[in-house]
Design a protein around this ligand. Structure first.
Ligand SMILES: Cc1cc2nc3c(=O)[nH]c(=O)nc-3n(C[C@H](O)[C@H](O)[C@H](O)COP(=O)(O)OP(=O)(O)OC[C@H]3O[C@@H](n4cnc5c(N)ncnc54)[C@H](O)[C@@H]3O)c2cc1C
Length: 481
């Protein structure tokens, strides 16, 4: 369809004020937070800013009829080009649809529209003593719709799990414009095993199966107390051992974070006043719950940690906790400043490894960094094996970019080889689908079948999540077993 006809058609359906088509607007919608988006421009033909299910349905019907690709977008904080119009067409911006429709506190749930910002939701829920636990680092920016689409989580996933644990039902506009509700049309049930679990199918589908227009979330009571323990290790190998010993003692911290020597160095160079101890690794444990249990668990974790760590400090004092946490809070920014002429790139940044392979993965990534002559900062959620790797390069130097791409490929392959996955939080988008066959084996064919059944014309966020059929045919034995 000609661009001018596309714009005219959408203006007729929606009115001119909901349709953006000027060059500058298109340019701003060609970015997310990925490295790939930094180096490539994916310009949409047109953007529509929608705030009702009826509008979304009308746009999808129009796109379906005319075979126009459609890309849903929340806040555009994704790291994988997910919200970018790789094949052109329409971007549907849902970021302005930020309505919390109903807090049903008696049933511990909330109904909201997809554009609500994560941090705003939890602020709103404070009055009810409830919260939505997943906690991405992008909490102040990202939308709950984007979190559902990416099944996002954060450092507290170790105890509270990911977004999928909290989604009770979804309203979805399908590629042909049909509207469905998953999880029961009128259900307020928390527990529900009725029918195929379509809710789970749409969670993490990265906008490739339909558009999330309403979300019913389960809420949890907000813990009354928390404490932080910082443990310093002279030997990297000892850190994961402690993590297991804490679990074996029957304690489930709300977060367990690691900074390896590279991250400690980066933090100290960026903010010398934080003065992290020079060490091979630092672990940060966060414990939450009622005050008495937090105190007891804090003492117990301190006892366990002290058998392996060089030293440890436990605190429930808010000021001291903020200080202990400071190093972790600035790690991502610190990595970015490691080189005056460099930037931290969001590529190969999100591997997830079995707990007993975390040390091995960090060692291998260090060796890969040395092989390609690229500084890599390692940190992340050691409690669930989600290691964040931050290569630091000069992104303007084509040679460094080429080497970084090779490094990132090897990081992804290392994750698979160690029995992990290329992504624990950020998703596949347009940057990791080449590993799908290796990761999923024959299950990938079932994914294609599901995609075809729901989106037979392939207009829903094309170029994302699944590799083009026929690409990457070889099935590795380990992946298909
Ligand atoms: C500084 C920073 C820190 C981050 N930290 C974390 C972290 O700790 N954990 C984590 O998981 N992620 C993290 N991220 C990645 C990102 O913020 C999350 O994936 C987030 O949930 C994306 O939300 P968004 O609204 O920005 O979605 P977008 O980037 O706009 O879109 C992401 C994907 O969702 C699809 N989508 C968006 N809205 C809808 C909808 N309504 N219906 C269907 N599909 C939709 C898009 O098509 C795209 O595929 C971080 C990003 C940054 C920049």
């Amino acid at each position: 369809m000609e661009r001018s006809q596309l714009i005219k058609g959408l203006q007729t359906i929606l009115g001119a004020d909901k349709v953006l088509d000027d060059k500058l607007d298109m340019l701003s919608y060609s970015y997310d937070s990925s490295f790939k988006a930094r180096n490539n421009r994916y310009i949409p033909d047109v953007v529509v800013t929608l705030t009702s299910t009826d509008e979304v349905s009308k746009v999808m019907k129009f796109a379906y009829e005319h075979n126009v690709p459609v890309t849903p977008r929340g806040a555009g904080t994704g790291e994988t080009c997910g919200a970018l119009a790789i094949e052109g067409g329409i971007v549907i911006d849902l970021g302005g649809w930020d309505v919390i429709e109903e807090v049903d506190a008696e049933n511990m749930q909330v109904q909201l529209r997809p554009g609500v910002i994560h941090a705003d939701l939890n602020k709103y829920l404070e009055a009810y003593g409830l919260f939505f636990p997943p906690d991405p680092g992008s909490s102040q920016m990202c939308t709950v719709g984007g979190m559902v689409a990416n099944n996002s989580s954060g450092l507290r996933a170790v105890k509270y799990g990911t977004t999928e644990q909290y989604v009770l039902g979804l309203e979805i506009v399908l590629p042909d414009g049909q509207i469905i509700t998953t999880g029961g049309v009128n259900s307020r049930a928390i527990k529900n095993v009725s029918g195929l679990n379509l809710t789970k199918l749409f969670i993490g589908s990265e906008g490739t199966l339909g558009i999330v227009t309403k979300i019913r979330l389960r809420l949890w009571p907000k813990p009354k107390s928390r404490g932080i323990l910082m443990a310093v290790y002279d030997d990297l190998e000892e850190a994961p051992k402690t993590v297991l010993e804490v679990y074996k003692a029957g304690i489930l911290p709300s977060g367990i974070e690691i900074l390896d020597a590279s991250a400690i160095k980066a933090v100290n160079e960026y903010k010398p006043e934080i003065a992290l101890p020079n060490a091979e690794a630092i672990l940060l444990f966060e414990l939450d719950g009622n005050p008495a249990s937090v105190e007891w668990e804090g003492n117990e974790v301190t006892r366990i940690v002290n058998t392996r760590a060089a030293n440890a400090e436990w605190s429930t004092d808010p000021e001291r906790m903020a200080k202990l946490w400071q190093g972790r809070a600035v790690t991502a920014t610190a990595a970015a400043r490691l080189r005056a002429d460099g930037s931290r790139i969001f590529a190969g940044e999100d591997i997830s490894i079995p707990l007993n392979q975390v040390t091995e993965s960090i060692k291998r990534i260090r060796a890969l960094g040395a092989k390609y002559g690229i500084g890599v900062v390692n940190y992340g959620h050691i409690g669930d094996g989600n290691v964040h790797t931050a290569p630091v390069i000069n992104p303007e130097d084509p040679k460094e970019v080429e080497l970084a791409n090779k490094l990132v490929d090897e990081i992804h392959l290392t994750a698979i080889e160690l029995g992990g996955t290329t992504t624990g939080e950020h998703g596949i988008g347009a940057v990791r689908s080449q590993y799908a066959r290796q990761e999923h084996g024959a299950a990938l064919d079932v994914m294609y079948a599901v995609k075809k059944a729901i989106d037979p014309k392939g207009i829903m966020n094309p170029g994302k999540l699944l590799p083009k059929e026929g690409d990457n045919k070889d099935v590795s034995t380990s992946a298909s077993s």
